[in-house]
Design a protein around this ligand. Structure first.
Ligand SMILES: [Zn+2]
Ligand SMILES: [Zn+2]
Length: 268
C-alpha cells in the first residue's frame, strides 16, 4: 500500500531536531513508501521580523546524504514549507527557483504586519475575542496566499486552532469561517493548486472532515497528507486513518509530487 508523509521537518528547520537521514530511517520504520522533507522557509520570524535570505546549502547536502542512504528503499523528495511567501514576490521567486525542489506547502504562521506579525503559536488565546480576532486576520492572509502562486498545496488551513485547543480550552467554531474557507479553497482549485491534510502528529483528524467536504464542493482533487513531524517518532501518524477518511468522503487519489508536479496515487 502506498503510504506517504508529505509534511516533515529536519534539523534544517529552526524548530527541527534531527538530520534528514534520521527522518528517512523513521519513515522506513513507520512502513512508509514515500517521504517528503518540507523544512521551513518563513519570511517572518516568530516575533514577526523579516528573516534573512533562504540558504539551500544545508538542505541540499542533507538531502543528498539521505538519498544515498535510503533512496533505494523510499521515494524521497525535497519539499519546502514556505511561510507567507506572498509578502515578497521577488524574494519568493528566488527561493522557488531551486531546481531540486519537488514540492511546496504554502503556509501562514504569522499575523499580518498591521496586527503585529507574531506567529500564531505565540499569541494569548485567553478569551473568545482573542481567538476570533486572530482568525479574522489569519483567513485574510490565507486568501492572499491562495491568490499567489508560491505554493503547490495550502498548508494546515486550520493552523491557529491547534493552539486555541491547547492549554486555554477556548471553544472555537471554525465553521464560522466557512465562507472564507470556501473562497480560499476555490481560489486554490482555480489556480491548479491543492490542499494538505495536516494530522499534526496524529492529533488532528476528524477536524478535517468539514474542510474536506467544502474542498470537494469546490471541485478540489489535489490532496497531500502530512504529519508535521519534527522528530522521527510521529512520522506517518494519522496518515492511514486520513486515507480511509478521504475514501469515505469520496476522494479517490492522493498526490505525490516530483519536480512540482503531482502524480495521482489511487487510494485502495
Ligand atoms: Zn506549519
Ligand atoms: Zn510544518
Amino acid at each position: 500500500m502506498f503510504l506517504a508523509d508529505h509534511h516533515t521537518h529536519s534539523i534544517c528547520s529552526p524548530d527541527g531536531f534531527v538530520p534528514m537521514v534520521d527522518m528517512a530511517k523513521g519513515a522506513h520504520q513507520a512502513g512508509l513508501s514515500a517521504l517528503c522533507l518540507t523544512d521551513h522557509c518563513d519570511f517572518l520570524s516568530l516575533a514577526g521580523e523579516r528573516t534573512p535570505d533562504y540558504d539551500w546549502e544545508a538542505p541540499l547536502l542533507q538531502f543528498e546524504e539521505m538519498q544515498h542512504a535510503w533512496g533505494s528503499k523510499l521515494d524521497l523528495t525535497l519539499g519546502l514549507e514556505f511561510g507567507v511567501g506572498f509578502l515578497d514576490e521577488q524574494a519568493a521567486k528566488r527561493v522557488l527557483a531551486q531546481p531540486a525542489l519537488d514540492f511546496v506547502i504554502g503556509s501562514v504562521h504569522n499575523l499580518s504586519g498591521k496586527a503585529g506579525g507574531q506567529d500564531f503559536y505565540c499569541l494569548d488565546y485567553s478569551t473568545e475575542a482573542d481567538c476570533y480576532r486572530a482568525l479574522d486576520d489569519y483567513f485574510a492572509s490565507m486568501l492572499r496566499l491562495a491568490r499567489s502562486d508560491c505554493y503547490d498545496v495550502l498548508g494546515h488551513i486550520i493552523y491557529p486552532v491547534r493552539y486555541m485547543k491547547g492549554s486555554y480550552q477556548t471553544p472555537i467554531h471554525i465553521l464560522r469561517y466557512t465562507d472564507e474557507m470556501r473562497t480560499i479553497l476555490r481560489t486554490a482549485v482555480e489556480r491548479g493548486h491543492g490542499m494538505e491534510v495536516n494530522t499534526w502528529k496524529g492529533q488532528t483528524l476528524s477536524e478535517w472532515i468539514p474542510i474536506l467536504k467544502l474542498y470537494r464542493e469546490c471541485g478540489g482533487e489535489i490532496i497531500t497528507v502530512g504529519s508535521d513531524a519534527h522528530t522521527p517518532e510521529p512520522i506517518g501518524a494519522g496518515i492511514r486513518e486520513t486515507y480511509a477518511m478521504l475514501q469515505d468522503l469520496g476522494f479517490r487519489y492522493v498526490a505525490n509530487y516530483h519536480g512540482r508536479r503531482p502524480d495521482f496515487i489511487k487510494l485502495s
